[in-house]
Design a protein. Structure first.
Length: 151
């Protein structure tokens, strides 16, 4: 019983010592933070900006390019026609992009079948020919996509 009481007393003492060492560390850290050098830069406020006589660059009137006039506004019919044309172009570009994706998948499948094929004769004639045809189709479709993309 006495041993248990002594053990509890020692463990409580260890906890108290640990807590006091933590607080002393915190006090030391706060003192060091206060001693740190303050920032030497000045904060710029709105009042400082108003007082400033900043650098003002003035250009002669002849050096500026002439202002381009704004294009005339479209009528509702013209706007609808251009919107429909843009939507049709976007749909066409989307369909071509889908075809490009399909051809890329097909090309990768043909390439994989090339490596999977054990018959060298079939691989070097038939699969290579299919690969080249698909590659040509893919290049042509990509060129068509580049031409069809709206700018």
């Amino acid at each position: 019983m006495k041993a248990l009481a002594l053990l509890l007393l020692l463990s409580n003492a260890a906890l108290v010592i640990a807590q006091t060492s933590d607080t002393t560390k915190l006090v030391e850290a706060s003192k060091q933070a206060k001693q740190r050098k303050k920032s030497s830069t000045k904060v710029i406020t709105n009042a400082d900006v108003k007082k400033s006589k900043g650098k003002l660059i003035e250009r002669p009137a002849g050096s500026l390019p002439p202002v381009q006039p704004l294009p005339p506004q479209m009528s509702a019919e013209e706007f609808e026609a251009s919107r429909r044309a843009r939507a049709a172009g976007d749909a066409r570009a989307e369909a071509i992009q889908k075809r490009v994706t399909e051809l890329e998948i097909q090309l990768s499948q043909i390439e994989q079948s090339y490596y999977d094929e054990n018959d060298l004769q079939r691989r070097d004639t038939e699969i290579v020919r299919r690969f080249e045809e698909t590659k040509k189709q893919l290049d042509a479709t990509r060129a068509e996509l580049a031409a069809a993309k709206p700018e």
